[in-house]
Write a protein that binds this ligand. Structure first.
Ligand code: AMP
Ligand code: MG
Length: 415
């Protein structure tokens, strides 16, 4: 077991051992927020035919070369073509087809003139403008060409991807299964949400916060509940997690206290320990083990530490297990709007709100940064990644931010 390693070493260890989940086929509507597990190659052009992008007249460009408001071209209207219908005839010299948005360009025509530049009367239309041939024609395949690789495996399916799949007529999509994550909290002091809160006890917030984090990262939480600080019960629960899930996550008991039993419990559940402690704050006490080709991760019990180590360590792992190509959040350089007076001995993640300020990205700290403080995560959309040895930080300095949420709008940003 390696002791006190860097976050990058921890990630390398975990990502190198991550096992990919299986694939399944789901209906397109159920594929939202799932990870694509196949290549999607366009079976046809999109749009499938040359079409009109507006309501007007389809005609031959050469018939209106000299058209102007004073000397309009006069063309015979041979048919009206709504969207969804095929033309009956060709556009011969001296004729035009009244055409609606989305209708196919009739053979013979190469140009569409919008209604606003025309006047129709008694089966004839006057065209008041001259356009270069080819104007207002959307060619087949403008959006997507037949045979084109449009979506790669590992893509998270959102609204545009759903639209592309529907446009190409794909009713069933192969996606990765969502990794199942067993989640267990440990601690004699933890009370469930339905009980009275006896003196000396606290609510079991991590079980819920981590379950939500698992869902956000594309996994399915399996709630194993809480165990008191007793070895045998913890071993039993970890073993149950190994049976039922793709990954086992625990919170609490990962530090050096008398009742910090997680390492021992992992070993008794058959795990080989990979590392203990990651050099970062918050979230230093992380234990990683492996049993039956599955990873077991023990996070700190401190609520903010648990969520932040989930963010930087477990989320990329879950993304990898779930087949995602993009494992990491974007990083940006930001200007600090606050001082951070403490020297940074260990690499530190500071909760912050990032938004645009005076034409550049700026960050404001969101409050008390303690291990147990959850509230400062509420307005945070970023973690500032402060390297060991840096600091104290002064207002105006540039630091790197990991964007964990949406950027703040300028007007609501940090008054
Ligand atoms: P531990 O990591 O077990 O040493 O716990 C560190 C701190 O986090 C202690 O103050 C615990 O009471 C608290 N804590 C541990 N587990 C949880 C939990 N599931 N929910 C909220 N707080 C917790
Ligand atoms: Mg504990």
């Amino acid at each position: 077991m390696r002791l006190m390693i860097t976050l990058e070493e921890a990630l390398e260890t975990l990502l190198g051992r991550a096992r990919l989940v299986e694939k399944e086929q789901v209906a397109l509507l159920s594929a939202y927020q799932r990870v694509l597990a196949e290549e999607v190659v366009a079976p046809h052009d999109q749009p499938p035919f040359d079409r009109s992008p507006l309501d007007g007249y389809a005609l031959r460009g050469e018939d209106i070369v000299h058209a102007s408001p004073q000397y309009p071209a006069r063309l015979k209207v041979t048919e009206t073509l709504p969207a969804g219908r095929l033309p009956e005839g060709r556009v011969e010299p001296g004729t035009a087809v009244r055409i609606m948005t989305g209708a196919p360009i009739p053979p013979g025509a190469d140009t569409v003139v919008r209604f606003e530049d025309t006047r129709e009367d008694n089966g004839w239309v006057e065209i008041f403008t001259s356009l270069p041939p080819g104007s207002n024609v959307v060619p087949a395949g403008e959006d997507i060409r037949r045979g084109e690789l449009v979506l790669k495996p590992g893509t998270l399916l959102k609204a545009p991807e759903t639209g592309v799949l529907a446009a190409l007529g794909v009713p069933l999509v192969k996606v990765f299964k969502e990794p199942r994550v067993a989640i267990l909290s440990t601690g004699d002091e933890l009370a469930g949400l339905e009980e009275e809160l006896p003196p000396g006890k606290i609510r079991n917030s991590n079980l819920y916060a981590l379950a939500a984090s698992i869902r956000e990262a594309g996994g399915i939480p399996l709630m194993l509940g809480n165990v008191p600080d007793r070895l045998q019960e913890t071993v039993v629960k970890i073993s149950e997690g190994l049976q039922r899930a793709d990954l086992v996550l625990t919170t609490g008991g990962a530090s050096v206290g008398d009742h910090d039993l997680i390492r021992e419990a992992m070993v008794r559940a058959g795990a080989r320990l990979l590392f203990w402690k990651v050099s970062m704050k918050p979230g230093m006490p992380v234990v990683a083990g492996e049993a039956e080709n599955k990873l077991i991760l023990g996070l700190s019990g401190n609520p903010a530490a648990a969520l932040i180590s989930f963010e930087v360590l477990v989320r990329p792992l879950l993304k990898k297990m779930g087949g995602c190509r993009n494992l990491f959040r974007p990083r940006v350089a930001v200007r600090l709007l606050d001082d951070f007076p403490k020297a940074v001995k260990q690499r530190r993640f500071l909760r912050a709100q990032v938004g645009m300020r005076d034409g550049e990205l700026a960050a404001r700290l969101t409050g008390v940064q303690g291990n147990g403080v959850l509230k400062s995560l509420l307005p945070a959309n970023a973690l500032l990644d402060i390297p060991a040895g840096r600091g104290p930080l002064k207002k105006g300095e540039q630091v790197e931010a990991i964007l964990t949420g949406e950027l703040t709008c300028p007007d609501s940003f940090m008054k």
